[in-house]
Design a protein. Structure first.
Length: 349
């Protein structure tokens, strides 16, 4: 208990200074709870890292849905993108007695014992964005098909550099489930189509931990060691911005593509350093997750294949079988952002 309290207190102190919510469940600025018994349900979103703008957009959608559902949204998560930090957050939320936990996993294996404890305590556990083990969740909210994301990123890089030359991958960690799946599909795209990718060479795969500074420094070093690198593919919004900044600051001719926030990358798309990139609407992913949490808490769904979820203005979504044998709800497909549309989207997220 001391560890959790310490984690919560430290995280709160450090992040309160930054104006951020930390591992301890941080509640949006609201009036103090009324003295009457709690009538509303409390759903928590455990993000990979509370300083990550993509995660903050996911929470804004989660919070929007909770408000529409009459539930309380609780943001939690570490500020170092660590799985251990997420474990402390999950344990604190179990103690808090939340009704549901939606988590974007930094490491599904490290998280497993804490999520099993949550399920045993009657907490409805789901994952979103980055899945947890099938037995540790009732359903996964899948932003888009990992195969489509991985293959599309590789195809984009090939088209941008003219199907020949050196390229690098900047991901986060090998343990983040979504990142590992996307990189795996990128490599399968190359392996399965040697005729298309035979003239391209992967010079390095960099692990920037989904943190800006480490990602920036890794790309800086890459440009020194492999100045021939024609493109960096970064399936992480933090990494993609860091890579673009490092290339700009080095005055290098290397390009980037990957998964990015239009609000981060608009200028780089207009300048051509990032000819185009992909993502989905993280606000929608958070919104659907809160709807799924609410439906599970109210017993409207059990998270089983064949069920349907009513997600308000995000539509009616189906529960399908995931590649890992668990169940998932696929929210949509990746969008492409380029010079023709980024100015519209950068106002939205
Ligand atoms: C980073 C995280 C997140 C991923 C996005 C694209 O913010 O790794 O899990 O979905 O990038």
């Amino acid at each position: 208990m001391k560890k959790r309290a310490a984690c919560a207190a430290l995280a709160c102190l450090m992040l309160a200074l930054l104006g951020l919510s930390g591992c301890a469940p941080a509640r949006p600025e609201v009036a103090p709870p009324s003295p009457s018994p709690r009538a509303e349900h409390r759903y928590s979103l455990v993000v990979k890292d509370v300083t990550n703008p993509y995660m903050q957009r996911m929470f804004s959608g989660f919070e929007e849905a909770c408000a529409a559902l009459g539930a309380q949204a609780v943001l939690s998560g570490p500020e170092d993108a660590s799985a251990e930090g997420q474990v402390s957050c999950v344990e604190a939320l179990i103690d808090e007695g939340v009704d549901a936990i939606a988590i974007a996993a930094n490491d599904r294996d490290v998280l497993s014992p804490a999520l099993q404890t949550a399920l045993a305590a009657g907490v409805k556990v789901i994952s979103l964005d980055s899945d947890v083990r099938p037995d540790d969740r009732l359903v996964h909210i899948q932003q888009a098909s990992p195969e489509v994301i991985g293959r599309v990123l590789m195809q984009a890089a090939r088209e941008i550099i003219g199907a020949e030359g050196a390229f690098a991958i900047l991901t986060t960690t090998s343990s983040a489930s979504n990142q590992a799946q996307w990189v795996s599909w990128m490599l399968r795209e190359i392996e399965e189509k040697p005729d298309l990718y035979g003239e391209m060479t992967l010079v390095d795969t960099l692990y920037g931990s989904d943190l800006y500074e480490p990602s920036y420094q890794l790309v800086e070093a890459l440009l020194q060691e492999h100045p021939e690198t024609k493109i960096v593919i970064a399936p992480t919004v933090v990494g993609l911005l860091a890579a673009a900044d490092a290339i700009r600051d080095a005055g290098a001719s290397t390009l980037v593509t990957g998964l990015g926030l239009p609000s981060d990358m608009g200028d780089y798309i207009r300048s051509g350093l990032c000819p185009w990139m992909y993502l989905w609407n993280p606000i929608d992913v958070g919104y659907v997750a809160a709807c799924a949490a609410d439906a599970l808490v109210r017993g409207e769904i059990r998270g089983e294949e064949g069920e349907t979820l009513s997600a308000g203005d995000r539509g009616i979504l189906k529960v399908t079988r995931a590649a890992d044998g668990g169940s998932e709800i696929v929210v949509g497909n990746p969008y492409m952002f380029d010079n023709s549309n980024v100015s519209v989207w950068e106002e939205l997220f």
